[in-house]
Write a protein that binds this ligand. Structure first.
Ligand code: F6P
Length: 323
């Protein structure tokens, strides 16, 4: 092993920069050369990479986003695109690739690994829906951003005795919504994993007012069948069902753009260093993540076929705590 490359792919996540920094500096410490591939797999398809020295990754640990840029690259999903990517790696004599990203990115990493190229993945997505890690880079910061918004919305909701729906990210997974709902003291949580009828939500909110609450706050995941948009349309069409005013806030990408908190800086740093350590020991074809509280590795084949389960008992806890 003489030369490695690192890339960030898919949705950016706070802590990606801390991870790049760790891969670069621990890689250099091994005596290797380290290259950064720009914009994820797109940079491999278009041959866009640059050598990275220790100073090039200075001053980035506290920055959100990714200094390398990221993308979702449809070309890389084709055999032709993947062969192009491999050609780029071979042309630059790169011995191994580190892929920092979520589900789509690790599916790409697995494909390269199946083509006998040494790849190691690092778990990073704010959705926390990646099999092979208890928590991925960016989740904690995104959750804290959502909580800050929820805390503020509760203040204004109470002043006006209103109901608020806050939509948080989570395409297929309700982790952010459920955790933000519990930590933010929401009256109701709506997630993709549990079918929710708007009338059930209305009944819960009416009951909350009945118990003397001055506000009602609902956290919904963007991927839920009734997301914020559909929920508000439903109640616009069925006026009077709620019996009180409803306002909607969609947090969207605000959750992804924050400066990483201590947890994500440390997780990114530890996972970046672990990826380099694994490569130094000749291990690849795995994802590094947090397993039973420790840094661990899971075969990419397992990562792409496994489904991370949300602990749905927490939905019941959220309901009980909303009393
Ligand atoms: O993958 C994380 C995520 O933020 C999802 O929660 C969201 O659905 C998606 O990315 C948005 O993707 P994009 O930034 O490409 O619109």
């Amino acid at each position: 092993m003489k030369r490695i490359a690192v890339t960030t792919s898919g949705g950016d996540a706070p802590g990606m920069n801390a991870t790049i920094r760790a891969v670069v500096r621990t890689g250099l410490d091994q005596g290797w050369e380290v290259f950064g591939v720009r914009h994820g797999y797109l940079g491999l398809c278009t041959d866009s990479m640059t050598p990275l020295e220790a100073r090039d990754v200075g001053g980035i640990i506290q920055q959100g986003g990714t200094m390398l840029g990221s993308s979702r690259c449809p070309e890389f999903m084709t055999d032709e695109g993947r062969l192009k990517a491999l050609r780029t790696l071979h042309q630059h004599d790169i011995d191994a690739l580190v892929v920092i990203g979520g589900n789509g990115s690790q599916t790409g990493a697995h494909a390269l690994s199946q083509m006998n190229y040494p790849v190691i993945g690092i778990a990073s997505t704010i959705d926390n829906d990646l099999y092979g890690t208890e928590i991925s880079i960016g989740v904690d910061t995104a959750l804290n951003i959502a909580l800050d918004a929820i805390d503020r919305l509760k203040v204004t909701a109470s002043s006006h005795q209103r109901a608020f729906i806050v939509e948080v990210m989570g395409r297929d997974c309700g982790y952010l919504a459920l955790m933000a709902g519990i930590a933010g003291g929401a009256e109701f949580v709506v997630i993709p994993e549990v079918e929710t009828d708007p009338e059930t939500m209305a009944a819960e909110l009416r009951a909350a007012y009945g118990r003397g609450k001055a506000h009602a706050l609902v956290v919904v995941a963007e991927g839920a069948q009734y997301n914020a948009d559909k929920m508000s349309h439903y109640f616009a069409e069925h006026r009077g069902r709620l019996g009180f005013e409803l306002r909607v806030t969609t947090l969207g990408h605000v959750q992804r753009g924050g400066s990483p908190g201590a947890f994500d800086r440390l997780l990114g740093t530890r996972l970046g260093a672990a990826a380099v350590e694994h490569l130094a020991q000749g291990e690849h074809g795995t994802l590094v993540g947090l397993v039973k509280g420790e840094i661990g590795a899971t075969p990419l084949a397992e990562v792409v076929t496994g489904k991370k389960q949300l602990d749905l008992r927490l939905m019941e806890l959220a309901r009980v705590l909303a009393k």
